[in-house]
Design a protein around this ligand. Sequence first.
Ligand code: MHO
Length: 238
Amino acid sequence: MLRTLTEKLFGGIVTRSTINTMAINHEVDIPYKKATFGMGCFWSGDCVFGVVPGVLRTRVGYSGGTKPNANYNNIGDHTEVIEVDFNPDAVSYKQLLHTFFINHEYGLTKKFKRQYISLILYHDEEQKKLAEEQKTAEEKKRNIQIVTEIRPAGIFYPAEDYHQKFKLQRHKYLVNALGLRRNLLQTSHVAARLNGYVVGLGGLEQFESEVESFGIDQGTADYVRKLIIENKGGSLSC
Ligand code: MHO
């Protein structure tokens, strides 16, 4: 009797849906650098950075302050931030800064409570220099005063699972299709990208250019395509 490819590979004990989940490109092994930004509620910033080409992974958390073991209910003097792992050969820190400065829902020109301030936490002296330069350039270009704080990155407390890929997690269909278990919420490449696409960011053209690399099935891709179209130009509010 002829066996299917699936059976041949896995002795018939692995179902097709398991195969699909296994093929999903959660992990990318590409050299990366980190960038950390606070720009209001971190749910939206997670989406914004997740779809920037060259961004490999994102996670949200609390940083910038001194309170030990911060969490959502005890954030202390920390700020909600997005930590971005990016491939510096595919996207420059300068481009990430541009994304940061043009995507504030609030807080760019007016001080907010510390939880939501505009904040750049730099990881090296080069990032510090670029951040300061770009802040000044944006102020000049837009004739506004920007209140973004630029400080060295320190300890980062990852936020609760519920906050990671928040917009993506609203779609149980996708959570199941991706096999998005707890350990993947902060590390999955595909989850970071889809978290942006589901709110209409990135656009269809960009999605088509990389969907094959995600390892998702046709139904899952169609589900995301529909959301990209429906949510195009929608507001990024949390
Ligand atoms: N407007 C949201 C903010 C959540 S956020 C992660 C809420 O009130 O739940 O700070």
